[in-house]
Design a protein around this ligand. Structure first.
Ligand SMILES: [Zn+2]
Length: 313
C-alpha cells in the first residue's frame, strides 16, 4: 500500500493504561497494535525480549516478516544506530519546542527515512490501515510528525496523577526478559509529579497542532469502554460502528494475541480481561506523598476533572 503511513499514537506519560488502550484499539478492524515502537530497536532487536505473543522478538513470526519486508532482515548494526539516533533526536533538549517543526535537520530526515519502512511493513504484515503505537512520549511523537510520510493521530491518555504516582512507587517485575527478570523503573512522588506535568503539558501542546487529536481518561476507558473508544475514534476521524466491537462485552475485553514490543506486563495477557479501574492509590499512597502529588499537579488535576470541585465535562 502506498500513501502516508497512518499512525494512531497513544501519548502522555507511563502508568496511565496506555498498554490497555493500545491493545483495545488493536482489536478493531483496520488497526494493528505494535506496542511501544520507540523501544523496538533496544528491547526488541538488541535485547531480544519477549513479544506480546510470548515468543522472543527475533523468533516472532510477525516481527520476522516485518524485518524482512522493511530491511531485508533485522541487523544489530542497524538497531544500534537507530537506537542511538532516536535517543539523540527525540531528547527533550533537542526538540526545540518553540520551533514550528522539530526534526527538520538532515540527521532527523535521514533517521525518519530509515524508520518509515518499519511502520509501513507493520501495517502491511498486520493487514491493517492504521498502526497503533503506544510509545507515549510526546518528544518521539513530534519527531514522527516531522516526517512528511506520516499522518499522525493522537490519543492523549491521562489518568489521575495520584494513581500514576502510586503505580510508579510499586515494584513491578518485568516479565519479558528472556534471561533474568528485572524490575521496572520507579519514581518517588516528586519525580513522578514533575514528569507527569512535563509530559502531559507537552502532549497537550502537540495535540493543539494536529488536525486529529483527542484526550481520553483512563478512568472513563475502563468504566465505559464502548462509549469512550467510539468517541475517541470519531474525534480521530476513524469512526467505527458497533460491529467493530464484537470483542467487547460490557466491561470485559477479549484481548486475543498481540505483537507488542515493551510496555506494561499486561501486554502478555490473552483472553477475556475484566476492565477494572485501579483505585488502590486511595489506600496505598501515603498521606504525605498524596499531598505532594496533589499540590504539584493541581493545575492538571483540575483541567482533567479529577477534583471534586472540577467543572463538569
Ligand atoms: Zn509476536
Amino acid at each position: 500500500m502506498t500513501g502516508p503511513i497512518e499512525i494512531l499514537y497513544v501519548g502522555g506519560w507511563g502508568r496511565s493504561g496506555s498498554t490497555l488502550l493500545d491493545r483495545m484499539v488493536g482489536r478493531l478492524p483496520g488497526f494493528v497494535s505494535v506496542g511501544e515502537a520507540r523501544e523496538l530497536w533496544r528491547r526488541g532487536v538488541l535485547e531480544n525480549r519477549l513479544c506480546g505473543c510470548g515468543v522472543a522478538f527475533l523468533d516472532c513470526p510477525f516481527w520476522t516478516e516485518v524485518g524482512l519486508e522493511a530491511y531485508g532482515g533485522w541487523s544489530m548494526e542497524l538497531a544500534s544506530e537507530m537506537e542511538a539516533d532516536g535517543r539523540r533526536l527525540d531528547s527533550l533538549g533537542h526538540m526545540g519546542w518553540l520551533r514550528e517543526r522539530a526534526g527538520s535537520s538532515d540527521a532527523a530526515r535521514a533517521y525518519l527515512k530509515r524508520l518509515a519502512p518499519l511502520y509501513r511493513a507493520a501495517r502491511d504484515v498486520g493487514e491493517a490501515k492504521i498502526v497503533v503505537d503506544s510509545s507515549k512520549l510526546p518528544n518521539y511523537a513530534v519527531l514522527l510528525r516531522a516526517s512528511f510520510d506520516v499522518d499522525l493521530r493522537l490519543a492523549h491518555l491521562v489518568r489521575d496523577s495520584r494513581g500514576v504516582a502510586n503505580s510508579w512507587r510499586k515494584e513491578i517485575t518485568r516479565v519479558d526478559a528472556t534471561e533474568e527478570p528485572g524490575l521496572m523503573e520507579r519514581y518517588g512522588a516528586l519525580a513522578a509529579s514533575a514528569r507527569y506535568l512535563v509530559y502531559n503539558a507537552l502532549t497537550e501542546r502537540l495535540s493543539h497542532r494536529l488536525p486529529h487529536a483527542t484526550r481520553v481518561r483512563y478512568e472513563d476507558l475502563v468504566a465505559h469502554p464502548y462509549e469512550t473508544l467510539s468517541g475517541m475514534l470519531h474525534a480521530l476521524g476513524e469512526p467505527a460502528g458497533p460491529d467493530a466491537f464484537g470483542w467487547l462485552h460490557g466491561t470485559v475485553a477479549d484481548l486475543g494475541v498481540s505483537h507488542t514490543v515493551d510496555g506494561n506486563p499486561m501486554r502478555m495477557q490473552q483472553g477475556p480481561v475484566p476492565l477494572v479501574a485501579d483505585g488502590t492509590w486511595r489506600e496505598q499512597l501515603p498521606a504525605r506523598e498524596r499531598s505532594v502529588v496533589t499540590g504539584l499537579t493541581l493545575p492538571l488535576l483540575w483541567h482533567y476533572r479529577y477534583l471534586e470541585w472540577s467543572p463538569a465535562a
